[in-house]
Write a protein that binds this ligand. Structure first.
Ligand SMILES: Cc1cc2nc3c(=O)[nH]c(=O)nc-3n(C[C@H](O)[C@H](O)[C@H](O)COP(=O)(O)O)c2cc1C
Length: 388
């Protein structure tokens, strides 16, 4: 696809995304925080887990379907919330939603998506998930929860690992977070101007470039930068466990807490009423130097037992990684960058291709591990001694 022989479809889409997107956007997606140690660990720790090759077992019929929060998924991989997806492809959130639903899996819309809850609901064939960041203005948070209910969302995903934004040096260097002098700004503008395919698709046809979910809070906004004052003033570092109660009662449906890495937090999240947790370090974009998600998973699974479902995201780059996470107790995995690279590279078709590849990889690896059903995957699928 990209012309070179790369070992994974995700890497292939990444190369295509890098060619197509303005540099500032690509680096925003691709990067992590500080020295990006956790971004790397999310990947390398998967590779430490060795699978057991099992032979002479009948594996003619492999079934990848599973249930997550009572929903049937045709494979244990969903699309996690990614802000600004609509800046990578024309109304990108809608394209990703369609690809996920056609594949029989779930899509989670970010608070800071371009497409609003209502725009997505109008195109959705079934209930999708909504990710919420709690803002200082609790009235606005209530409004968002109400809109998610009205849009028929199935689960509310509360992201809790962004009390303050991680320091992302790439975004400082590219001017994504502002602060460039006029020479820097001219360079950035020149780079945007030469991305013809992107300009036509997103710049022209993909309007409006607004945070659809935040528009009612900033009704006069004409461009994305008009929201920055609101988000800066409303980001709330004081959100605490005490807030979960009112969020849960406002919402009334399945509550998922995203951004759990620590067993004590996991226990508290279950006590607070979460039906599912997402073991996540925000793709290595928040506190650098924390454990990878796959290395943090076993302690979280042990802490929650059967009181909540545990999902995982971060570094899941192929079906084998999914098998490894399931073996350590995850109910399913979510992906972030992989789907945004695929979307940027090839739109809806790209995301569909990504999910089809994950499906095929998982099907094959399950069969070669001597298994045929997701429910049968457990620690026995891994070589003991490689799981710590
Ligand atoms: C560009 C980008 C934007 C993101 N935006 C959000 C967001 O709006 N809300 C959220 O909860 N997580 C967000 N995340 C984190 C992802 O949901 C997910 O935790 C992470 O990407 C998983 O790691 P992976 O990229 O290695 O799959 C974002 C991640 C990226 C790369």
């Amino acid at each position: 696809m990209s012309g070179s022989l790369l070992p994974s479809i995700v890497e292939d889409y990444r190369v295509l995304a890098r060619k197509r997107l303005p540099r500032q956007l690509f680096e925003f997606i691709d990067g992590g925080s500080f020295a990006e140690e956790t971004v790397a660990a999310n990947r390398t720790d998967f590779a430490r887990l060795r699978l057991r090759q099992r032979v002479l077992r009948p594996v003619g019929e492999v079934d990848l379907s599973t249930t997550v929060l009572g929903e049937r998924w045709s494979l244990p991989i969903g699309l996690g919330p990614v802000g600004l997806a609509g800046l990578t492809r024309r109304r990108g959130e809608l394209q990703a939603l369609r690809a996920a639903q056609s594949a029989g899996t779930q899509f989670c819309l970010s608070t800071v998506a371009l497409c609003s809850l209502e725009e997505v609901a109008a195109q959705s064939r079934q209930p999708f998930w909504f990710q919420l960041y709690i803002m200082r203005d609790r009235g606005f948070a209530r409004e968002l929860i109400g809109r998610a209910k009205a849009a028929g969302c199935r689960a509310l995903v509360l992201t809790v690992d962004l009390a303050v934004a991680g320091l992302r040096h790439r975004d400082v260097q590219t001017g994504m977070t502002g602060g460039l002098d006029w020479v820097g700004r001219a360079r950035v503008a020149a780079d945007y101007a030469r991305r013809w395919a992107w300009l036509w698709d997103v710049g022209v046809q993909g309007r409006p470039h607004l945070f659809g979910n935040l528009l009612s809070a900033v009704p006069n906004a004409r461009r994305l930068s008009d929201f920055y004052q609101f988000t800066r003033a409303n980001w709330d570092p004081s959100v605490s466990w005490a807030d979960i109660d009112w969020i849960r009662s406002e919402w009334g449906g399945p509550l998922v807490i995203k951004g759990i890495l620590d067993a004590e937090d996991a226990t508290q999240a279950v006590k607070a009423g979460a039906q599912a947790l997402i073991v996540s370090n925000h793709g290595g974009r928040q506190l650098d130097g924390v454990g990878s998600t796959i290395s943090s998973l076993p302690a979280v699974v042990q802490a929650v037992g059967s009181d909540a479902e545990v999902l995982l995201d971060g570094g899941v780059r192929n079906g084998i990684d999914v098998l490894r996470a399931l073996a350590l107790g995850a109910k399913a995995c979510l992906v972030g960058r992989p789907w945004i690279y695929a979307l940027a590279a090839r739109g809806e078709q790209g995301v569909a291709g990504l999910l089809a590849t994950y499906r095929r990889e998982l099907e094959i690896s399950l069969a070669l591990a001597g298994l045929t059903r997701i429910a049968d995957v457990d620690r026995n699928a891994l070589v003991q001694g490689t799981t710590r």
